[in-house]
Write a protein that binds this ligand. Structure first.
Ligand code: SF4
Ligand code: SF4
Ligand code: FES
Length: 243
C-alpha cells in the first residue's frame, strides 16, 4: 500500500458459534469496489484464515450475504461507496438470525429447514408420461407466482426480519414467499398441505407487516405482499370460503 493511497478502515467479525470479536484491517480503496472485494482483499493479503462464503460474484447464487454496517446485504453487488460512512469505515459481520460457523460464514440449515416446513417444495400434478402442461402467463395466478419467483435464497430478508429474531419457530419471509408462489402455481397439487403448513404456530399470521424484508431484498421482491396473500387464503380456508 503506498502512503498516498486512500484506505478503508474495516472491522471484520472473527469467531465461531461460541463467540467472537471484531478485528480491524486497513484496506486500499478502489473504484467500483464491492464489499465482497474488501473481504476478499483482507483474506488474500492480510489473513488467509478469514472464512466467508461466495460463488458467482454477480448476484445470482445468493451465497455472499453478510451484515454491512448493521444491515443485511448481498456483498458482491453492494458497492463500498453506497454503504461506507464518510470516514470510510465499514463493519462486516455474519448474517443475523443464523448460527455462525466461523467468521462471516453462517449455517444456512435453519433457513432452508423453514422452506421444508412451509411446504416450499413442488407437489407435481403430472408424471413424465404426461404432456407438458400449458400455463397461461397472463393469468392472475401466474402473475402472482411470477412476482415472487426470482428469489435467490440469499437469506437477506431472514436476517432483516425482527419477527424471525424474536420467534425461532417463525417460517420467515423467504419460505412464506416460496409457499405463496407454489399456492398460485396451477401445476402444483399441494394447496391443502401448503395452507396447513403456513397456518400453524410459526406461520404467516406472525408477520407484523412492517416490511423490512421488502426493503432489503436485493432482487426487489416483496415477501410482505406474498405473506399478505397467504393471510387472506388461510383465513378463507379457515372459514370455508373456498379458493
Ligand atoms: S413484513 Fe413480516 S416477514 Fe417481512 S420483515 Fe416484517 S415481520 Fe418479517
Ligand atoms: S426473498 Fe429476496 S431477500 Fe429473501 S431470500 Fe429471496 S432474494 Fe433473498
Ligand atoms: S456471490 Fe453469488 S450472489 Fe453474491
Amino acid at each position: 500500500m503506498s502512503s498516498t493511497e486512500r484506505t478503508l478502515s474495516v472491522s471484520v467479525w472473527r469467531g465461531n458459534a461460541e463467540g467472537g470479536h471484531f478485528e480491524d484491517f486497513q484496506v486500499p480503496e478502489r473504484d467500483n469496489q464491492t464489499i465482497l472485494d474488501v473481504v476478499s482483499w483482507v483474506q488474500q493479503n492480510l489473513d488467509p484464515t478469514l472464512s466467508y462464503r461466495y460463488a458467482c460474484r454477480v448476484g445470482m447464487c445468493g451465497s455472499c450475504a453478510m451484515m454491512v454496517n448493521g444491515k443485511p446485504r448481498w456483498t458482491c453487488r453492494t458497492h463500498v461507496g453506497k454503504v461506507a460512512g464518510e470516514d470510510g469505515r465499514l463493519e462486516v459481520a455474519p448474517l443475523r438470525n443464523l448460527p455462525v460457523i466461523k467468521d462471516l460464514a453462517t449455517d444456512m440449515d435453519p433457513f432452508f429447514d423453514k422452506w421444508v416446513e412451509a411446504e416450499g417444495r413442488f407437489h407435481p400434478t403430472r408424471t413424465r408420461a404426461h404432456d407438458v402442461e400449458r400455463v397461461d402467463p397472463h393469468s392472475a395466478a401466474r402473475q402472482k407466482a411470477d412476482a415472487g419467483i426470482e428469489c435467490i435464497n440469499c437469506a437477506v430478508c431472514f436476517a432483516a426480519c425482527d419477527t424471525v429474531a424474536g420467534n425461532s419457530d417463525y417460517l420467515g419471509p423467504a419460505a412464506l414467499n416460496r409457499a405463496w408462489t407454489l399456492l398460485n402455481d396451477v401445476k402444483d397439487a399441494g394447496r391443502q398441505e401448503i395452507i396447513e403448513a403456513v397456518s400453524g404456530s410459526g406461520g404467516c399470521h406472525n408477520c407484523h407487516s412492517q416490511g423490512s424484508c421488502a426493503v432489503f431484498c436485493p432482487n426487489e421482491l416483496s415477501p410482505i405482499t406474498s405473506i399478505a396473500g397467504l393471510k387472506r387464503e388461510t383465513t378463507k380456508a379457515l372459514f370455508g370460503w373456498g379458493g
